[in-house]
Design a protein around this ligand. Structure first.
Ligand SMILES: Nc1ncnc2c1ncn2[C@@H]1O[C@H](COP(=O)(O)OP(=O)(O)OP(=O)(O)O)[C@@H](O)[C@H]1O
Ligand SMILES: [Mg+2]
Length: 359
């Protein structure tokens, strides 16, 4: 992390009476029994959130070895009502992470393996004529689920990719003039392999922009890989994974995250970071206002997972690369000199003045 900036003064003013922290957050249900009241306990403000979120995190980490920050980011995106792009070389657990997250929440999950012959209606659904009832009826496609795992999205044709990406942005599907809403929580987790490009259709920038964050898994360290050999021996731990939270719990968590406090100085800091990408000489495309929204939303969720009801600049800094880098395009010169958008964002995080508590 570039600069340590934690400070209670980012709370600035007292949270409003409707704020979950007030409604019975930190101090409410102080004992474990109290926290477990109701469905999953998420109704208990921030305390409930930490409890449920930790259960989901533990469940996913029982399957994915040695990748706590990837798991935390995936959970952050779920709670920030966003979509996640997992981009990495083959065999590093991309699909496994998506499946583990989907399986640890008791909600509807659909998986789509993208191929070049997949049609937009294979994603959204079709209106088919029912002979008996003599009318058209809508057969919903796999996008009508709480968590949609889209494997190898860059193998689908641009038309099919854009059908999915429209649903992601609008959270609704229009087929034959009728609009159907997608139920929250709605999260798309897409995977793609950035190395093997043959026969693929790279996602255009406008479509990458719809993903709240992009993560890469990276290789596990030797100890984690050894652990994987032990736990993934005969059966996959994914088969033993049972849901630890309900969809309604996740909806409660999302409500708590929405009410997280972001001080004006922290908002300004997020804007400063994003606008610096628009002026940067190594970039020919900077980050969009949608990126600013996603950055602040994700920071709210990230802070909540850290058991804080306010966002600090460190949250924004930690999320800057995963939230911004995949939306940026380097200039030809920067590309030749291997000055990648990830490094540009990391440099900006180091260079830009960080708001001090109380500014
Ligand atoms: N960090 C890890 N922890 C546990 N298992 C792992 C890890 N990395 C890889 N694996 C294991 O490796 C195997 C391959 O993982 P997975 O299918 O998720 O890879 P992938 O990244 O989706 O690959 P591809 O790009 O080929 O689809 C799985 O059995 C998975 O359990
Ligand atoms: Mg895969």
């Amino acid at each position: 992390m570039a600069v340590g900036t934690h400070g209670e003064s980012f709370m600035e003013t007292d949270p409003p009476a409707s704020h979950p922290a007030r409604r019975g957050g930190r101090d409410a249900g102080g004992d474990a029994g109290g926290r477990d009241a109701g469905r999953g306990g998420a109704g208990g403000g921030l305390d409930g959130l930490a409890h449920v979120a930790n259960k989901i995190r533990d469940a996913v980490e029982s399957v994915i070895e040695g990748k706590p920050s990837a798991v935390r980011l995936a959970l952050t995106v779920l709670l920030a009502e966003g979509h996640l792009l997992i981009e990495d070389v083959p065999g590093v657990g991309k699909t496994m992470l998506a499946k583990a997250l989907a399986r640890s929440v008791d909600c509807s999950v659909r998986r789509v393996q993208f191929t070049p012959d997949l049609l937009p209606s294979d994603i959204t659904g079709v209106s088919a004529y029912n002979q008996e009832r003599r009318e058209f009826e809508f057969k919903p496609g796999p996008v009508f689920a709480n968590i949609v795992v889209g494997d190898e999205i860059n193998r689908a044709s641009p038309k099919t990719q854009s059908a999915l990406l429209e649903c992601m942005e609008e959270r609704q599907v229009t087929v034959d003039g009728t609009t159907y809403a997608l139920e929250p929580p709605f999260m798309v987790i897409s995977t793609q392999n950035p190395v093997e490009m043959e026969g693929t259709y790279p996602l255009p920038e406008a479509q990458r922009d719809r993903f709240t964050a992009r993560i890469s898994m990276g290789y596990p360290d030797p100890a984690a890989e050894l652990e994987m050999l032990e736990t993934h021996g005969e059966t996959s731990p994914l088969d033993r994974l049972t849901p630890v939270a309900h969809a309604a719990d996740v909806r409660d968590l999302i409500e708590v995250v929405r009410a997280q406090h972001v001080a004006p100085a922290v908002r300004q800091y997020a804007i400063d970071l994003v606008s610096a990408t628009r002026r940067h000489p190594d970039l020919r495309l900077g980050a969009s206002p949608r990126a600013t929204l996603h950055l602040v939303r994700a920071a709210r969720a990230y802070a909540a997972l850290d058991d804080r009801d306010y966002v600090v600049p460190d949250d924004v800094q930690d999320l800057a690369v995963p939230v911004l880098a995949h939306r940026l395009l380097p200039t030809a010169e920067a590309q030749v000199q291997r000055r990648l958008p990830e490094q540009v964002v990391a440099d900006l995080v180091k260079r830009l003045p960080v708001p001090s508590p109380g500014r």
